[in-house]
Design a protein around this ligand. Structure first.
Ligand code: DP6
Length: 330
């Protein structure tokens, strides 16, 4: 076999109903199902080359050799791909992101979604969308939601076959906008991997998980009916439940910065004044402010009046993973 290369592009996603904690941490079978939206403007482009001349795996992220920790995670993932294809070749993985890594924007989701398609193609596999979603989940749980397009649900399932994500509505179903409010660009100190591991140490995790079916149902219905009021209530509630678990884990995890809290206190007031707007936060200090595109300009203006905000990114519902090599920088 000579060298084989493929390039893929994928986007991160923002969860409206969160994934936090695993039934099986080895292959990221989540404690509960989740619902998300692909974020169109933020991208990861990844090229994978398998070559018989390589004597180990290499990983380059944003033109630099990656850390040992990232390399170990990618090697573990490549082992899954090699196993599926029954090939033992080493790979060179070159990845670029057009957004700040490790700041609460799920770079691992777009990274492992792009890597799933690029690596599986390069090694000669032609995987279906559910197969790619299952594969991406081995790298990072939320990556399985960056394979399909638009609005996506990840059924928790109970094993490798039953746990994967699929689109519940196309990207053009609802003109939602995610205004990603960057509060801090530093790489977060505690990553999601460690966070998922300690979720069960919170006395609130069981109750969060046992109520998740009802929240999934409510969120899915609100999304499909484009009922913003119902959507806003469930999205904020679910985010707050996850952060309550984080704050009461051992050790506790506090991701909110003063500016994050200032913002999430303001948003329900804006909603009372008639603006369709709500917030959600992941494992980082940045706030995802969700609104409808026609209000995005006004909402952005209100956001930028709050002190200590570094930047506001604009993401619309986006496409799923695809082959290609054109990456736009914003
Ligand atoms: C808070 O998928 O990043 O963003 O599987 O360890 O890579 P790993 O975790 P990850 O966890 C995402 C957690 C979250 C909520 C969510 O996106 O559902």
């Amino acid at each position: 076999m000579t060298s084989h290369t493929a390039t893929a592009i994928a986007h991160p996603n923002i969860a409206f109903i969160k994934y936090w904690g695993d039934q099986d941490p080895k292959i990221h079978i989540p404690a509960n199902g989740s619902i998300s939206m692909v974020m169109d403007c933020l991208s990861t482009k990844t090229t994978v080359t398998f070559d018989p001349d390589y004597d180990s795996d290499h990983l380059i992220i944003n033109n630099k050799s990656a850390s040992q920790k990232s390399l170990a995670r990618v090697r573990h993932f490549l082992a899954v791909v090699r196993n599926m294809a029954n090939h033992q070749l080493y790979a060179r993985v070159v990845s670029e992101n057009n957004f700040p890594m490790g700041a609460g924007i799920a770079s691992s989701a777009s990274a492992f979604a792009a890597l799933s398609l690029a690596a599986s193609k390069a090694i000669g596999l032609n995987l279906s969308e559910p197969e790619l979603s299952r594969l991406a989940r081995h790298g990072s749980g939320s990556a399985c939601r960056s394979i399909p397009s638009g609005f996506v649900e990840w059924t928790a399932g109970e094993d490798d076959i039953t746990s994967y994500a699929y689109s519940i509505a196309a990207a053009d179903h609802w003109d939602l906008v995610d205004l990603v409010v960057i509060v801090n660009k530093e790489h977060k100190k505690v990553g999601s991997v460690e966070g998922h591991q300690i979720a069960a140490t919170s006395p609130f995790q069981n109750s969060r998980v046992s109520g998740s079916q009802v929240r999934l149902e409510t969120c899915r219905q609100a999304l499909l009916a484009k009922d913003f009021g119902k959507f806003a209530d469930i999205v904020e509630f679910d985010s707050n439940l996850m952060h309550a678990v984080m704050m009461t884990s051992h050790p506790p995890l506090f991701f909110w910065e003063p500016a994050s809290l200032e913002l999430i206190k303001q948003i329900p007031h804006w909603r009372k004044k008639g603006y369709p707007v709500c917030y959600t936060m992941d494992a980082g200090p940045n706030v995802h402010v969700i609104t409808i595109s026609q209000f995005a300009g006004e909402i952005k203006e209100k956001i930028t009046r709050i002190p200590n905000i570094i930047n506001v990114l604009y993401a619309k519902p986006g496409p799923g993973v695809r082959l290609g090599d054109t990456l736009t920088f914003y």
